[in-house]
Design a protein around this ligand. Structure first.
Ligand SMILES: [Zn+2]
Length: 154
């Protein structure tokens, strides 16, 4: 007769050892974004022809169809558009991080761009629409940084 308790523990241990997903540093479209983040800079793709910003990065500008796209460093200042509080995490690698905030951030100097990010230093009851924020960079593995945001009001 199988021992269900033992099997359940083995499965739980296996899930807890699942690593956090890493940004693909070699992705054809997003590599410049991640390389900039590793240097603690926020760089957003911009069309060299019509000057529109795009995020996530694209291969062709959806406004003018130009393939002349480059990355522009931005300040990282912006405001909260919306947010959700994750309390029930099904991805094992993030299970010990709940509750956490997933926020849509509008960037002041990249009109039309919204970044989906986290606000690890902000309490859920402090969140509000239009809260000014600044980018911060969190090292998730040696030399690998991801942009996150914090309140600019503190
Ligand atoms: Zn364009």
């Amino acid at each position: 007769m199988p021992n269900d308790t033992t099997n359940a523990k083995a499965t739980k241990t296996e899930r807890n050892s699942t690593p956090i997903p890493m940004p693909d540093q070699n992705d054809r479209l997003s590599a410049p974004f991640w390389r900039a983040a590793n240097s603690r800079r926020l760089a957003i793709q911009r069309c060299d022809n019509c000057r529109e910003f795009h995020h996530p990065p694209v291969g062709l500008c959806p406004h003018c169809l130009s393939d002349k796209l480059s990355f522009t460093e931005v300040s990282g200042r912006g405001q909260v558009y919306s947010w959700a509080i994750v309390r029930n995490q099904r991805i094992a690698a993030f299970a010990d991080k709940v509750p956490y905030i997933v926020a849509t951030i509008e960037l002041n100097d990249a009109p039309g761009v919204s970044l989906l990010s986290n606000m690890p230093g902000t309490a859920a009851d402090q969140m509000r629409h239009d809260m000014p924020v600044n980018v911060v960079f969190q090292e998730i593995a040696e030399g690998v940084f991801i942009p996150q945001f914090e309140s600019a009001e503190a």
